[in-house]
Design a protein around this ligand. Structure first.
Ligand code: AP5
Length: 224
């Protein structure tokens, strides 16, 4: 079967991480989440983490020169041979150009770009209630997807935390940055015929079902 190379696009809090986890379970593809890679680097105090931290804390994008090489190398790893789910990359037109060139050089191409379309007021509500386990990466919401035991991860009982950049003023800054720097990618991928829109305001399971149906169509189109 052909490779399944997917990008999840959408504002902060749209549900990219939530749906990427579902897709990993559905298709066994690696979930390549730029934010998770950067947060692990910050926690591990690596050179990448030290460089990225101040940008992340301010709600700004980490410079392309810092992040692009890391993600392109990750996409070229063995476990991504049959496909990948990119979550949080690309986020600028330059990053999209770099990814396109890298895939072309390896005679690969994107299957589709799934835009999880979600308005600002909805994402602000979602992010303010988000809790995550640093250990397992499982994402919860205090109202929409609460853990069985408050403050504890269902997977292993580890502590649930609020992300440093989930404070309301930082979230508002991240949204401004999204509209200015990432939203142009909608037209970019529309022009390439790759963009598919998903209504992100529906429940997580409805969004998941819509994504699965969209992937089935993309695969059929790919075979034609
Ligand atoms: P990153 O970690 O990628 O953050 P983001 O894109 O802002 O996305 P989020 O993780 O906030 O949201 P999400 O869409 O994954 O939503 P989730 O599924 O958690 O990036 C963080 C920072 O790293 C950036 O600000 C930047 O500094 C840096 N960075 C990352 N990539 C970069 C790049 N390429 N270039 C430069 N810098 C980069 O869901 C949110 C909440 O809603 C959860 O609580 C969830 O339970 C709930 N939820 C999900 N879906 C639904 C639903 N359908 N209904 C109700 N609730 C839902």
């Amino acid at each position: 079967m052909a490779e399944l190379n997917l990008i999840l696009l959408g504002p902060p809090g749209a549900g990219k991480g939530t749906q990427a986890t579902n897709l990993t379970a559905d298709f066994g593809l690696p979930h390549i989440a730029t934010g998770d890679i950067l947060r692990a680097a910050v926690a591990g105090e690596t050179d990448l983490g030290k460089e990225a931290k101040r940008f992340m804390d301010a709600g700004d994008l980490v410079p392309d020169s810092v992040i692009t090489g890391v993600i392109l190398e990750r996409v070229a790893e063995d476990d991504a041979r049959d496909g990948f789910v990119l979550d949080g990359f690309p986020r600028t037109v330059d990053q999209a150009d770099s990814l396109g060139k890298e895939l072309e050089a390896r005679e690969r191409r994107l299957t589709g770009v799934l835009l999880i379309d979600t308005p600002d007021d909805v994402v602000i509500k979602r992010i303010s209630g988000r809790r995550v386990s640093r250990k397992t990466g499982r994402i919860y919401h205090v109202d929409f997807d609460p853990p069985t035991h408050e403050g504890r991860c269902d997977v292993d009982g580890s502590e649930l935390i609020q992300r440093d950049d989930d404070r309301e003023e930082t979230v508002r800054k991240r949204l401004v940055v999204y509209h200015e720097q990432t939203e142009p990618l909608i037209a970019y991928y529309e022009d390439l015929g790759l963009l598919r829109r998903i209504d992100g305001t529906r429940s997580p399971s409805e969004v998941h079902a819509h994504i699965r149906a969209t992937i089935a169509t993309l695969r059929l189109e790919d075979e034609l």
